[in-house]
Design a protein around this ligand. Structure first.
Ligand code: DAH
Length: 354
């Protein structure tokens, strides 16, 4: 009995893994194991012998079973320890800066524009990108035959077979939000409307989708002087360059009368663009006094109210401010471009006192 105990307890302690341990278990206390065989021999013993050997065999069987259980627990602990060692992870390591995303220049500039106009009392309004013919054109005094419709290289949406209504369009500018805002809030009102617009055009400075911000202020006595002040104030704050100078050049838009295009003084000396100096002028936006028909289309009485409006390319002023040469790259999703021109999530829009 002692030999048996020594043999199996030794092998159990030495078992290097659970498979070996299971083999030892079968050999010792399994149905056909050595203890079971010895139990069978009890039948051939005298009752006295049986009374002595039986309980000892049972006790040995219990002892071996508990040694196996203890060894098994030990092996499981060791396996877990090893896994914990292998799968170790230092959660205190700093994040890899290169892996974090950046704010796209369009988002950054939209935030900057919004912050500057917010300081001048302008709210933000939005409208749909799929727009009706009425909001995109007619309500803005651009009738069916008007050349502006052709000039805008419009994307038309398909209508169902047999539907004779004029097709919807991908809005070609943010100006339809003027009409929607007048309908929704009436007058007086001061808003900017940033958003995506679409035109079938593609080269270094044109992409089929780009961004504009519309501005609109309506009150009893709004004038061109207010328009000029707001735009000069905006440009000084936005471009963060001393000596920013604007030129208001007479122009024509169907939705404004009078109309002005606004240029910013710049120089191209040495092949690089500098704002606020030089003898060149760069167009940055269109503007004017809202046409009486446009006010009327928005449900506002042009005999009691007047307003100014302007429209500016967000991508375009982003290119100017941050020296980004090609518009197409804005929408290529090239990670190197995004890392180079993108902004950190915590870089707040700048606001310099005007
Ligand atoms: N909607 C014009 C365009 O996309 C820009 C524009 C010009 C908007 C004059 C205006 C404005 O509000 O007054 O080219």
């Amino acid at each position: 009995m002692d030999d048996l105990r020594d043999k199996y307890l030794g092998r159990i302690t030495a078992a290097p893994d659970e498979a070996t341990l299971e083999a030892v278990r079968l050999e010792a206390v399994g149905k056909k194991g050595e203890i079971a065989l010895k139990m069978r021999e009890l039948g051939r013993m005298t009752p006295e012998e049986r009374q002595q050997v039986g309980p000892s065999l049972n006790a040995l069987k219990d002892e071996i079973n508990s040694a196996i259980a203890a060894r098994k627990a030990g092996l499981e602990d060791a396996a877990l320890d090893e896994r914990l060692r292998d799968e170790w992870l230092d959660v205190t390591l700093p994040v890899r800066a290169r892996r974090s995303g950046t704010i796209h220049p369009v988002s950054q500039v939209t935030e900057e524009v919004t912050a500057i106009f917010a300081d001048m009392g302008f709210g933000v309004a939005e409208g749909p990108q799929v727009e009706t013919d009425w909001y995109n054109f007619d309500a803005l005094n651009i009738p069916g035959h008007h050349p502006a419709r052709a000039e805008m290289d419009t994307f038309y949406m398909a209508r169902a077979e047999g539907d004779d209504r004029p097709p919807n369009v991908l809005r070609t500018h943010t100006s339809p939000v003027q009409i929607r805002t007048m309908e929704a809030v009436g007058a007086p009102v001061r808003v900017i409307c940033p958003g995506r617009v679409y035109r079938a055009d593609y080269d270094q400075t044109h992409t089929p989708m780009f961004h504009q911000v519309e501005g609109m202020a309506i009150d009893r006595d709004i004038s061109m002087a207010n328009l000029k002040w707001c735009l000069e104030e905006f440009c000084r704050a936005f471009f963060e360059v001393d000596g920013i100078e604007l030129r208001f050049r007479a122009s024509h838009f169907p939705f404004t009368e009078p109309s002005a295009e606004v240029d910013i003084r710049c120089s191209w000396e040495g092949g690089t663009l500098k704002l606020g100096q030089g003898d060149d002028w760069l167009e940055i936006l269109g503007s004017g006094m809202m046409h009486p028909k446009v006010l009327a289309a928005g449900g506002i009485d042009p005999d009691r109210w007047q307003g100014f409006a302007f429209g500016m390319g967000i991508d375009r002023i982003a290119m100017l401010k941050y020296g980004i040469p090609d518009l197409r790259a804005f929408f290529d999703s090239d990670l190197r471009w995004l890392r180079h021109y993108g902004f950190g999530a915590l870089q707040m829009p700048m606001r310099h006192a005007g």
